[in-house]
Design a protein around this ligand. Structure first.
Ligand code: GLP
Length: 243
């Protein structure tokens, strides 16, 4: 794992978008898995602009949405679905056949997980993964205590996740379960970036980079990834003692 520091959110997002665009250029059949949330918002916007401005062919990539709130209608602005639709799928006019998101309203969520695992397996694993970090160290909805070997699964959300998650919604919203691609997929992804910005992420970034590797702090799995990168702005890096 390597930590890369940036002066700010803009430069970090610019770098991340360029990395994804280059990966698509180098492998047109790229399997890309991305998180939604506030951190990757600028990356997604810059990526869409870059792909269009530079006329990069993304027609054969596969896009995987990292996670979703179970029971959340896709038209809800706080849903992960809404994020991907508005920031990537619509601007890029991605074909439904190349986009895979968990159906948050499915009657059978286990089958949603099986389907996602099959898509990943059929493509020989994830090529490039871009994830954020929650205030409890989660990645996607891999909550503290989740096995590093887990594939797609349903998660009972912890108190930090349900309270911090309110920031995505206009009104107080009941959140209790999520569905997510698992840490086992992350560990086997050919390349993985965790991105974080702002002072509020400084503590969890310190634990990610300098803390013990433990399933009680999911993001610490990055330390075990041979091609894992932690991208941080100055504020998120402010508690790090190592370079
Ligand atoms: C959310 C999502 C994650 C996201 C993380 C950080 O709960 N489940 O996929 O990466 O928490 O979100 P943000 O970037 O908004 O801080």
């Amino acid at each position: 794992m390597k930590t890369i520091r940036f002066t700010g959110y803009d430069t970090l997002s610019d770098f991340m978008a360029a990395e994804i665009a280059t990966a698509i250029k180098n492998k047109p059949s790229l399997t890309l898995c991305m998180a939604s949330g506030h951190t990757p918002a600028l990356t997604a916007a810059l990526l869409a602009k870059k792909l269009l401005d530079e006329n990069i062919d993304y027609s054969t990539i596969t896009f995987l949405g990292l996670d979703e709130w179970i029971g959340m209608p896709p038209e809800n602005e706080g849903s992960c679905h809404y994020f991907f639709k508005t920031k990537l799928f619509e601007p890029l006019q991605l074909q439904p056949s190349q986009c895979f998101l968990f159906n948050s309203l499915a009657a059978d969520m286990e089958s949603e997980c099986t389907k996602m695992d099959a898509v990943i397996s059929e493509r020989g694993g994830i090529d490039l993964m871009v994830v954020g970090i929650g205030m409890n160290g989660h990645i996607g909805f891999n909550e503290p205590g989740t096995s590093f070997a887990t594939l797609s699964h349903i998660a009972t959300l912890d108190e930090t996740t349900t309270s911090v998650g309110q920031k995505y919604f206009k009104e107080k919203t009941a959140l209790s379960k999520g569905v997510t691609i698992g840490l086992g997929h992350l560990l086997h992804a050919k390349k993985c970036f965790l991105i974080a910005n702002g002072n509020k992420k400084a503590g969890v970034i310190k634990q990610t980079v300098e803390g013990p590797v433990t399933e009680n702090f999911p993001a610490s799995i990055l330390q075990q990834h041979s091609n894992g990168f932690v991208l941080v702005d100055e504020e998120a890096a402010s508690l790090l003692t190592t370079n």
